[in-house]
Write a protein that binds this ligand. Structure first.
Ligand SMILES: C[S@@+](CC[C@H](N)C(=O)[O-])C[C@H]1O[C@@H](n2cnc3c(N)ncnc32)[C@H](O)[C@@H]1O
Length: 331
């Protein structure tokens, strides 16, 4: 797969061609490739939204998330993904021949992990050069040629329409001023019949963290150990600091309910496939949800979702309250 054929000028939407150390659009506008990373970031149109994006970019240039310390080989990456379960399930569900776009890939750990199947094509887009540099350095060090990182903005994506089989955007839209607008931009890139995977902070599951945030801000972080992540022995100090800053000192975040995201799906012709955690009672044969992540699961009811999300306060609430919904774009 020629990766440049998927790229588009973020300003005009026209195709880009490679010319030396730059990508060039039809009217000659050049986007430099610096240290192997194409710089295709253009501003969000709305000035207020752009001001917030710039603020967020400054934050993520300083706090590269997730932390890379200690992750120095594909084996360690595999081990980490196995432990998180979600990474393993995603890997099992994605075809070995898929073109996969991860938007807001941060340091690219998921992008790199999924590209360990060498027949896939992986593209990781983020606005933070510091984060992308870490992901790209890992890929180069381990000679991973099917993965490409580039700098871009969700609201002016440098990727063609209807061209990827799977789009992943986890932990990102809630840091933008217009999460649903961002979702619509992402969906445009998915092929008809393709899959979209969206991870967001949950309105209910995030409540305990919200309370801890107030406590930490009032006490100057004196009770940091209350956070489960900060007590973990299997996470090194620098990763803990990145987690702490990202969760408790992030300049902007919003919280979202299951039914809100289901409405996004319904209003854009996307069929709900599955949730992590599950959003309704799983069927017995669904015990192995992993390999079935991209197959239809029970959708449940709004009342059932409220109960489930209240329970999430005590389960995924420990880890930041992020939930994932998977949907299939209409053919
Ligand atoms: C919390 S990190 C999540 C990283 C990764 N997806 C993960 O789950 O570990 C959020 C990432 O979204 C990126 N991001 C936020 N707004 C963005 C935008 N408008 N365009 C591109 N990337 C954005 C940030 O730079 C940051 O790396």
């Amino acid at each position: 797969m020629d990766f440049t054929s998927l790229l588009r000028c973020p300003a005009s939407g026209s195709p880009l061609t490679l010319d030396g150390d730059a990508l060039v659009n039809a009217s000659g506008q050049r986007y430099p490739i610096v240290n192997g990373i194409p710089r295709l970031l253009t501003p969000t149109k709305d000035a207020q939204e752009e001001a917030l994006r710039e603020k967020m970019q400054r934050f993520y240039e300083q706090h590269t998330f997730p932390g890379y310390d200690g992750i120095d080989s594909p084996g360690v990456l595999i081990e980490k993904a196995r432990r998180s379960q979600f990474g393993r399930w995603l890997d099992e569900a994605i075809s070995p021949f898929a073109t996969v776009l991860e938007v807001g890939c941060g340091t690219g750990q998921m992008t790199n992990f999924l590209s360990l199947v060498s027949t896939r094509t992986l593209i990781g887009v983020d606005m933070s050069i510091a984060s992308l540099t870490l992901g790209d350095a890992f890929a180069c060090k381990h000679h991973m040629q099917n993965v490409h990182f580039l700098q871009g903005n969700i609201f002016a994506l440098p990727i063609g329409q209807n061209c990827v089989d799977v789009l992943i955007c986890s932990g990102v839209l809630h840091h933008t001023p217009d999460p649903q607008g961002g979702y619509r931009e992402l969906l445009k890139r998915v092929k008809p019949g393709g899959t979209i995977v969206i991870g967001l902070y949950n309105t209910y599951a995030r409540i305990p963290l919200g309370l801890r945030k107030v406590l930490f801000h009032c006490t100057g972080g004196a009770f940091r150990w209350i956070d489960y992540h900060m007590r973990r022995r299997d996470v090194d100090a620098s990763k803990k600091e990145i987690w702490y800053a990202d969760q408790y000192f992030n300049p902007h975040e919003s919280w979202h309910s299951v039914d809100e995201v289901l409405k996004w799906f319904d209003s854009s012709g996307v069929k709900f496939l599955s949730g992590v955690p599950a959003i309704a009672e799983s069927l017995p044969e669904d015990a192995k949800v992993g390999t079935r992540l991209f197959l239809p699961h029970p959708r449940g009811t709004p009342a059932g979702h409220v109960l489930r999300q209240l329970q999430w306060m005590f389960t995924i609430g420990k880890e930041g309250g992020l939930f994932v919904l998977v949907g299939k774009k209409a053919i």
